[in-house]
Structures are given as structure tokens and as C-alpha cells.
Design a protein around this ligand. Structure first.
Ligand SMILES: Cc1cc2nc3c(=O)[nH]c(=O)nc-3n(C[C@H](O)[C@H](O)[C@H](O)COP(=O)(O)O)c2cc1C
Length: 236
């Protein structure tokens, strides 16, 4: 059995997971040192990918003019999406701070290029979305690595991909997957902002784990773990 993480290393790993937050406000202006930024990008680049296709690219952005154009797209899309929800939720939604594009020191667009090492990629023929999933794995690596370095990261998806393509010169066949805002913060919130604001609660683990078949939440062959899942024993 391989158990090459010490107890302390395991704690550190889970600490990153449980204390990671989506950060939209309270970025401070401390610059991100290039060595740290490159460490975070290396962590992202070591994510798993379908058929080892590594279909991601990372566009680093600090130009204020670019940021302003992206922010404009955010404002437009936020207004447009608010029309999809009725009052009083609409006003509540509009009151949320949902991006930190201008305040964060570095913006980062992560893209998916389906043509990389293609067209045949091992494992992607039956589930083409596996390529996109791989990019999300890279983003999660990046997010956890940033948290470990004390850097906040916020994912902004209230944006037009057409605008991202146009402003960032992204070719037609490449899909923008994530627009991320990175910067130091004085503090990481204990809970998701949307939980604190009473928008949605965190679901109980017991309500999302099934045994053997869809929706089977009680199964006597899984009794012991069922109990632990109900007790919400996490490693935070
Ligand atoms: C794919 C994706 C898109 C998201 N888009 C936005 C966004 O546009 N604006 C925002 O404020 N947060 C966005 N978030 C952050 C979520 O709201 C956040 O992850 C969730 O509320 C849980 O909070 P936590 O990340 O702090 O645990 C996004 C997260 C993901 C995974």
C-alpha cells in the first residue's frame, strides 16, 4: 500500500479543499509574484486530461483596457440574465457582487482546443465532452493551488463567449471555458457568499450519494459508510 502523504500533508491538502472560496470582492492590490503565478499555472497544467490531450490554453491578462471590455460584457450579461428571474429574486440577484475583474491583479481566460492532438483522442469518441471536463480539472487544480498560495480566485461566467473571442483573439474552433480573476485577499470567507446571503444552502452529502442504483439512499450493504455520511464527518 502506498501511503506517502504524511498526516500533516494530508491535512494541508484537505485544508486547501475546504477553505477554497470563490472570491469576488475584497481583492487587495498586492501584486502576484511571477514565481508564484508560474507555480499555479504548472499545477493547472498537471491536471488529468482525456487521452493526455492537454486541451487547455491559459491567456494571462493584466491590460486594463482589456479588463474594461470584459467588464462591459459582464454588465450587459448580468442585466440580460436578471430578466430571466422574477422579483424579489431579481433585485437580490442584481445586488450580488459577482465578479472582481477590475480589482483583481491578474485575469486569466482558460480555453478548450478540441483540435489539439486530434481528431482521434483516446477516450473522447464516445463522450466528446470529456475534453471540456479535462479543462475543468485544470481549473480546479489552479483554484486549489491559488488557495494554497493565499491567492483568491473568482470564476466569472456571466460573460459572452463571442465577446471573449473577439477581445482576446480566440479562434473560432477554440472554446473559452473560464474567465478567472486572481488576486491576494486579506481573508477567505468561511462559507460560500451565496450561502451566507441565503440564496442557496449547501446540500447534505447524504442527499447526493446513492448506492448501487440511482436514488437508492438506504442500502444495507453500505451501512457503515451510510452512517458516516449522515454524520457529516468531513476532514476540515
Ligand atoms: C462553472 C462556474 C461558474 C461560476 N460563475 C460565477 C460567476 O459568474 N460569478 C460568481 O460570482 N461566481 C461564479 N461561480 C462561483 C460559484 O458561485 C461558487 O463556486 C459557489 O457559490 C460556491 O462557493 P465557493 O466556491 O466559495 O465554495 C462559478 C463557479 C463555477 C464552478
Amino acid at each position: 500500500m502506498t501511503d506517502d502523504f504524511s498526516e500533516q500533508e494530508k491535512r494541508g491538502f484537505y485544508k486547501a479543499i475546504y477553505s477554497r472560496r470563490d472570491v469576488r470582492s475584497h481583492f487587495n492590490s498586492k501584486p502576484i509574484n511571477d514565481e508564484i503565478l508560474s507555480r499555479i499555472l504548472h499545477a493547472a497544467h498537471h491536471a488529468p486530461s482525456v487521452g493526455f490531450s492537454q486541451p487547455w490554453n491559459f491567456i494571462l491578462i493584466k491590460d486594463m483596457n482589456t479588463k474594461k471590455k470584459i467588464k462591459e460584457s459582464f454588465e450587459k450579461e448580468k442585466k440580460r440574465s436578471s430578466e430571466l428571474v422574477e422579483e424579489p429574486k431579481r433585485s437580490k440577484y442584481l445586488s450580488f457582487k459577482l465578479e472582481g475583474i477590475l480589482e483583481s491583479t491578474v485575469n486569466l481566460c482558460v480555453t478548450y482546443d478540441p483540435s489539439k492532438f486530434g481528431p482521434f483522442v483516446i477516450g473522447r469518441s464516445s463522450i466528446p465532452e470529456a475534453g471540456l471536463y479535462s479543462v475543468c480539472c485544470a481549473i480546479q487544480n489552479l483554484w486549489l493551488s491559488a488557495r494554497t498560495e493565499g491567492i483568491g480566485l473568482g470564476w466569472v461566467s456571466i460573460l459572452s463567449n463571442d465577446t471573449l473571442r473577439e477581445v482576446l483573439d480566440i479562434p473560432e474552433h477554440v472554446i473559452p471555458v473560464a474567465y478567472l480573476c486572481l488576486g491576494y485577499v486579506d481573508d477567505f470567507a468561511k462559507k460560500p457568499d451565496l450561502e451566507t446571503a441565503g440564496w442557496l444552502p449547501r446540500l447534505e452529502l447524504k442527499d447526493v450519494v446513492y448506492f448501487e442504483k440511482w436514488n437508492d439512499k438506504e442500502n444495507k450493504d453500505w451501512e457503515s459508510i451510510q452512517k458516516m455520511i449522515k454524520e457529516n464527518l468531513d476532514y476540515a
